[in-house]
Design a protein around this ligand. Structure first.
Ligand code: UD1
Length: 453
């Protein structure tokens, strides 16, 4: 396989985001934009990744090296244009004999298929391949000047003639080069233009003068949306969500009201899953076959076993594992807990740092008291247990298989298997006392009124 280097440009200042966070770290579908570009590069088979960052953007460097430990990161100290940005990664593209793809970190929805389409053309003999698209309004973009399959030049908006500005096909910024061609042209790009920048796009005309073979492909405009402000960020998020919803429905998932369901970049869902309206998935969710998620749930970092039913109004987070046919009902929160197959928590509970066996019933209002203000402790509940309504389990504590806890109990000591634990004051009935109590109350009210008069 031909070696493939992806150079991801991320040195833009992102001033229009008006943010303390570098633009490319703003997330789409829960993943920073720069990581989306890295994922596309990797899924298309990149053997190496280089990222060009702006000065002081150490947080971007950290995100990149966390995602790809072997990535090379280059700092572009002055923002002198896309050609200059690519030049900063010289060490990376001089070390490679194969293909080089240039991606923008602020164009996060690019698919691996588009990257693969570029490399296929390069492998078939093209020297440069540019990804174009047709936006509703081409103003501001570089126009593609074509002759049949050939790309003659890219004319930046500011340099374009009136006739050239009427061209609707524009440069997305994503380009592929044979590494030798990039090396041959990059130093010849100058900054003699209206912006005084080194335009990477000038590589096309330079390579054409060398009689190189330059081609283009056309991508769906939704895929190459660039993000430069919060409006575009929201638009990119919506497009990402639309694509995810379509993918899941094609894969056999029923979405009752697709537009109200939000996925994460890594959500995994089995077949015949039904998701009701207004459900939000954070990162790290894997859902088995036949699961039903009812309305208004917020779910992240959990593996949900086949046949489980969740919600309405459930919240799951912090790393959880739910076995097959688990049922979590309304207003149940589960944090970092393992719950065995067939266990039910139907109403109003908090289960945090718990390990619960199979076919256990967690009564309404059960709370695991997992935090003493300093430490988080574990509650262990066995299989076939019946936790009575409004039980507080003060961790660390365990309840053995087959045990019961009486409703309203505060369980502070371990409960052995098959025991019934009463952790509440014993009830006392006083026969005939109610009317006397009422008389007393009426007398107190009368005395108060007299005092006011
Ligand atoms: C660029 C293209 C244009 C294309 C458009 C698509 C050039 C000269 N023009 O325009 O043909 O239609 O993208 O959006 O390439 N960057 C750096 N360092 C720099 C300059 C840019 O890292 O010195 C990065 C930015 O972070 C961004 C990308 O390169 O991710 C494009 O920069 P931007 O200023 O948005 O591109 P334009 O010049 O508008």
């Amino acid at each position: 396989m031909t070696a493939l280097l992806s150079i991801i440009l991320a040195a833009g200042e992102g001033t229009r985001m008006r943010s303390a966070t570098p633009k490319v770290l703003h997330p789409i579908g829960g993943l920073p934009m720069v990581s989306h570009a890295i994922r596309a590069a990797q899924s298309a088979g990149s053997s190496s990744v280089a990222v060009v960052i702006g000065p002081g953007h150490e947080a971007v460097r950290a995100a990149v090296t966390a995602a790809v430990p072997g990535a090379s990161v280059f700092v572009q100290t002055e923002r002198l244009g896309t050609g200059h940005a690519v030049k900063q990664a010289r060490e990376a593209f001089e070390a490679i004999s194969g293909n080089v793809i240039v991606l923008y970190a602020d164009t996060p929805l690019v698919t691996a298929a588009t990257v693969a389409a570029i490399t296929a053309k390069l492998d078939a003999g093209a020297d440069i391949v540019v990804v174009g698209f047709e936006p509703d309004d081409p103003t501001g973009y570089g126009r593609l000047l074509t002759e049949g399959d050939r790309l003659v030049a890219i004319r930046e908006h500011k340099e374009a003639s009136e006739a050239e500005r009427r061209i609707g096909l524009v440069n997305s910024g994503i380009m592929g080069f044979r590494s030798g061609v990039l090396q041959a042209v990059i130093e010849r790009i100058d900054n003699k233009n209206s912006k005084g920048e080194f335009y990477l796009t000038d590589a096309v005309e330079i390579a054409n003068a060398d009689k190189r073979k330059i081609e283009y492909t056309v991508a769906d405009a939704r895929e190459v949306i660039g993000v430069d402000d919060r409006g575009k960020l929201a638009k990119a998020e919506m497009q990402f969500q639309e694509l995810r919803r379509d993918d899941f429905m094609k894969a056999g998932v029923t979405l009752r009201d697709p537009a109200s369901i939000y996925f994460s970049y890594d959500t995994e869902i089995g077949r015949d899953v039904t998701i009701f309206p207004n459900v939000v998935f954070g990162p790290g969710v894997k859902i088995g076959d036949g699961v039903e998620i009812r309305a208004f749930c917020d779910i992240e970092a959990v593996t949900i076993g086949a046949g489980a039913t969740i919600g309405p109004f459930a919240r799951i987070r912090g790393g959880a594992e739910l076995g097959a046919n688990v049922h979590l009902g309304n207003f149940v929160e589960v944090k970092k807990s393992r719950i065995g197959a067939g266990t039910k928590a139907g109403h109003l509970s908090y289960l945090g740092d718990a390990v619960i066996g199979e076919n256990t019933n967690i009564g309404a209002g059960t709370i695991t008291c997992n935090y003493d203000g300093v430490n988080k402790d574990t509650t262990i509940i066995g299989s076939n247990v019946f936790i009575g309504s409004n039980t507080s389990l003060v961790a660390p504590v365990s309840v053995g298989d087959g045990a019961y806890t009486a409703s309203g109990s505060v369980i502070t000591d371990d409960v052995p298997a098959d025991a019934v634990a009463f952790g509440r004051a014993r009830q006392e009935n006083k026969p005939g006392y109610a009317p006397k109590l009422k008389e007393k109350a009426l007398a107190r009210k009368a005395a108060k009124q007299k005092g006011k008069a």
